[in-house]
Design a protein around this ligand. Structure first.
Ligand code: XIL
Length: 336
């Protein structure tokens, strides 16, 4: 009898995805991936920098490998992402003299980029993170002061969604961001979504990245967040889930706790409780939630190793460094 995986326990709820590199799908990781997950997100391969390094040069190799693997094994694919302020090639903002391009030129380049990438994977990618992290962390302003914003104002967001919708009218289009459960940031992301809706922009879903920790979010904040985005008519996906054993900000660390980096039984227990809580909330909201994706496979390697603190190991996932389910895994799948 085949061993059950996350995707099987959650088959009546939502697809369970994982962020992967091309290496993951071309290595012995494939057995593990196919056992646990039924959706993939390219961790880096489709970002503008990697996939479109120069104006007339695309590098589809890694993205193709991931999409081909998914097709062969009937996995869903979420595209990530079409427009961001990071991992974006310099050329897109620059004119021939090294100055900044005009709004018209930048939007035309964005259009070419989106048309090319979305069209290539049309019918194979069911959902796109169209714009990533455009809302500022500083509460005095709504939008991040990126080059996208400096050159285009809010129009880069409006146009990115319009281009993506034109390129693939069947793709579900998401706005994706982090710290969306913190009431103050949530309010501003909601404000942006309301503005886009008022402008008839084809935004259809909200991606809650879910880079959480044992300290946040609270159950109330998580529930309210899902509830309030769904109330705008958006489908909700958790797009980049992990639960750090460290607080994202130093000030969130309880005074009694030292700045240690050992994975103590106490920290593992708190993480277990946090995973149990968030999946309980996800299940209770299964009408609103259309996908939950983990950001990396196991604690062996995760993007949180060395980030944001260099030299610090993290243990944020449901599987240990030997690909074995942790206690939190069993607590997430054993529900009635
Ligand atoms: C991260 C990747 O995991 C890393 O490999 C890369 O070095 C930086 O980007 N929010 C996002 C993701 O939307 O694209 C980021 O992925 C993590 C934070």
């Amino acid at each position: 009898q085949k061993q059950m995986g996350l995707k099987d326990y959650y088959k009546n709820y939502f697809p369970i995805g994982v962020a992967v590199s091309a290496h993951n799908v071309l290595s012995s990781d494939t057995t593990f991936i196919l056992q646990q997950f039924n959706s993939l997100t390219p961790e880096n391969a489709m970002k503008m920098g990697p996939i479109h390094p120069k104006e007339n040069e695309y590098n589809f190799k890694e993205a193709d490998a991931i999409v081909n693997f998914a097709q062969r094994h009937h996995l869903k694919v979420r595209g990530h992402n079409l427009c961001w302020h990071e991992q974006t090639p310099d050329w897109i903002f620059k004119d021939a003299n090294g100055g900044l391009v005009s709004k018209e030129v930048l939007l035309e380049r964005l259009k070419q980029h989106i048309f090319t990438v979305v069209n290539r994977y049309k019918g194979k990618i069911y959902a796109w993170d169209v714009v990533n992290e455009a809302v500022d962390d500083d509460s005095t302003r709504l939008l991040r002061n990126s080059l996208w914003y400096q050159i285009c104002g809010i129009d880069f967001i409006v146009k990115a969604f319009e281009y993506a919708h034109e390129a693939d009218p069947n793709a579900i289009l998401f706005y994706n961001d982090y710290n969306t459960e913190r009431p103050e940031k949530r309010a501003r992301v909601l404000q942006l979504m309301q503005q886009l809706k008022a402008l008839k922009v084809p935004v259809m879903g909200i991606g809650l990245q879910g880079h959480w920790s044992i300290y946040e979010p609270t159950q109330t904040d998580l529930q309210q967040t899902i509830q309030s985005f769904a109330a705008l008519g958006l489908q909700v996906q958790i797009t980049e889930l992990d639960v750090s054993i460290y607080p994202w900000e130093k000030k969130l660390r309880p005074k009694t706790e030292k700045d240690i980096d050992a994975y103590t039984p106490e920290l593992e227990h708190k993480q277990d409780e946090q995973y149990k809580m968030v999946f309980k909330v996800f299940r209770a909201n299964k009408q609103k939630i259309t996908g939950v994706t983990f950001w990396n496979l196991t604690d062996r390697t995760t993007w949180l190793d060395n980030y944001p603190v260099p030299g610090r190991k993290n243990y944020p996932l449901l599987f240990d460094a030997n690909y074995q389910p942790k206690k939190a895994y069993w607590d997430v799948v054993n529900f009635k």
